[in-house]
Design a protein around this ligand. Sequence first.
Ligand SMILES: Nc1nc2c(c(=O)[nH]1)N[C@H]1C(S)=C(S)[C@@H](COP(=O)(O)OP(=O)(O)OC[C@H]3O[C@@H](n4cnc5c(N)ncnc54)[C@H](O)[C@@H]3O)O[C@H]1N2
Ligand code: MOO
Length: 340
Amino acid sequence: MKCIKTEDAVGHVLCHDMTQIIPGVSKGPRFRKGHIVTAEDIPVLLSMGKEQLYVWELEPGFLHENDAAERLCALCQNANMRKSETKEGKIELSSDIDGVFLVDTERLNAVNSIDEIMIATRRGNGIVHPGDKLCGTRVIPLVIEEEKLRQAEQAAGGTPILEVRPFTLKTAAVVTTGSEVAKGRIPDSFTPVVERKLAALGIRMTEHVLVEDGMENVAAAIEQMKNKPVDMILCTGGMSVDPDDSTPGAIKQSGADIVTYGAPVLPGAMFLLGYYADGRPVMGLPGCVMYAKATIFDLVLPRIAAGVRLTRRDFVALGEGGLCLGCEVCTYPHCGFGGV
Ligand SMILES: Nc1nc2c(c(=O)[nH]1)N[C@H]1C(S)=C(S)[C@@H](COP(=O)(O)OP(=O)(O)OC[C@H]3O[C@@H](n4cnc5c(N)ncnc54)[C@H](O)[C@@H]3O)O[C@H]1N2
Ligand code: MOO
């Protein structure tokens, strides 16, 4: 920081807000901290009694906070995001589409480890709509060494740290298992829940079959669905440990490469995800998906619907925050379930 004559201040960065009072008319900051002084500002500043100013020098090798925020924003933005105007050194990104918001946590942490730099995002892996805020970027000082931005760019690598991906899977087949349902002893209250959760992401249930318990029955139904032009197959019920819970075995028998049977999430411990050789996902949904407000299905469906191929590691990461607290009034996704 240095003190200079106002007449010499063009191009320099103000270090603090400057209040202008015009009696009976206005009182407030006329110039904000971080403002870069222009030739037109000089008479105004002089009329406010500012004959000298405290400014940061924009020496070579230093960047103004607005330019630094631009550079950080460029590390985050993918094609489906919209940038806010730069305001007092901060830029925000919002979504332009319906989709899933993905964060490369490792690269985000690498950038945020650099001194005087910050990128704050909403929690990853959830659904976003047009206009939803995704992240804000800024640097801490008014003026920052450009070298720090270069370090951030290196830590970020060549591709955006954040991504909004549209939902590309559009159709589903549902195999509803359970003799009590197939025989009409009780109404099928599971399939409507699944249909509703799919519809929220623009996915239609185009095939549906009710099937009695028994490995062969379930396997045959899955086989039949595999031959239909659907983007994913969902099996409900029969996912736990009773002798007639044959859904996991039937899914394995259908040739799926199983990513996980079981997940560190409650409700949802008995969830299964696999993929067929053609890349289509197949899921086994445990009974909790039918009755609990939010389950593992809500945590993973947005990514699956956007064509993200989940791995075992993605499921391992669900443990912290994977316990639904069963609040009297469910506020999911505005709660800690599925993250912090
Ligand atoms: N001994 C154990 N029992 C259970 C365990 C366990 O680890 N050990 N896990 C529990 C958990 S966690 C869950 S989740 C459920 C998993 O249930 P399933 O997926 O095996 O569900 P089902 O046994 O097929 O059915 C349970 C219940 O829900 C009714 N149901 C099922 N489908 C429908 C439908 N389409 N419409 C209406 N109702 C349906 C079914 O009649 C049963 O009453 O297991 C726990 N148990
Ligand atoms: O553990 Mo079950 O699959 O949660 O409700």
